[in-house]
Design a protein around this ligand. Structure first.
Ligand code: F6R
Length: 244
């Protein structure tokens, strides 16, 4: 795993945007898995600008959504689906065949997990995963204590996730379960980038990078990834022990 620290959110976001752009440029047909949330907003917007203004020979890549709130419809502005449509899929006019998002409204979420796993397998696995870190150290909806060997799965959301997750919704949302790609995908992805911004993330970033490596803090598993990159702005890195 490689750690990089950037001056501020804008610089960090630009570097993450470049990584996504380079992936698309260097390997036509890349499979890219993207998280939602506040952190990636600018990176995704910069990526769409880069791709529009510096077109690549073959812009065809497959976008896989990392996770979704069970029972929240894609029309809901707080859903991961809405976020990815608004910030990547719609600006780039990605056709449906290049996009695979979890259907969290399905009556059979277990079947939805199997379909997602089959889809990813049919594409040959994930080339690049871009993830954030939750206030409890989660990645996607891989909550503390999750098994590291899981692929797509349904999981009960941690109290922290249920509370913090309200920030994405305009009214009170009932958040109980999530559907998510598992940590096995993170560890198998050719490249995995975890990025974080702001001093609010500094304590959990420190725990992930300096504490024990186990799923008590799921993001600590990034340290086992040979192609893993943790990218932070100075504020998110502010509690790290110098020399980490
Ligand atoms: C969302 C997701 C979550 C977020 C994490 C950080 O798709 O996978 O794990 O990445 O909760 O969220 P923000 O960026 O809003 O702080």
């Amino acid at each position: 795993m490689k750690l990089s620290i950037f001056d501020d959110y804008a610089d960090l976001s630009y570097q993450v945007a470049r990584i996504i752009y380079e992936q698309v440029r260097s390997k036509p047909g890349s499979v890219i898995c993207l998280a939602s949330g506040d952190t990636p907003l600018l990176a995704y917007n910069l990526f769409t600008v880069l791709l529009k203004h510096t077109p690549v020979v073959s812009p065809h890549f497959t976008l896989v959504g990392l996770d979704e709130w069970i029972g929240i419809s894609p029309e809901n502005k707080g859903s991961c689906s809405y976020f990815l449509h608004r910030n990547i899929i719609d600006p780039l006019l990605l056709p449906p065949e290049q996009v695979r998002l979890f259907n969290a409204m399905t009556p059979d979420p277990e079947q939805e997990c199997r379909l997602m796993d089959e889809f990813i397998q049919s594409k040959g696995g994930i080339d690049l995963m871009i993830v954030g870190i939750g206030m409890n150290g989660h990645i996607g909806f891989n909550e503390p204590g999750v098994s590291p060997g899981l692929r797509s799965h349904v999981i009960a959301l941690d109290e922290t996730t249920r509370t913090v997750g309200q920030k994405y919704f305009t009214g009170a949302a009932t958040l109980t379960k999530g559907i998510t790609l598992g940590l096995k995908y993170l560890l198998e992805a050719k490249t995995a980038v975890l990025f974080a911004s702001g001093e609010g993330k500094a304590p959990i970033v420190k725990a992930a990078l300096e504490g024990e490596i186990n799923t008590g803090v799921p993001a600590s598993l990034m340290r086992k990834h040979p192609g893993g990159r943790v990218m932070l702005d100075r504020r998110a890195a502010s509690l790290l022990t110098p020399g980490t």
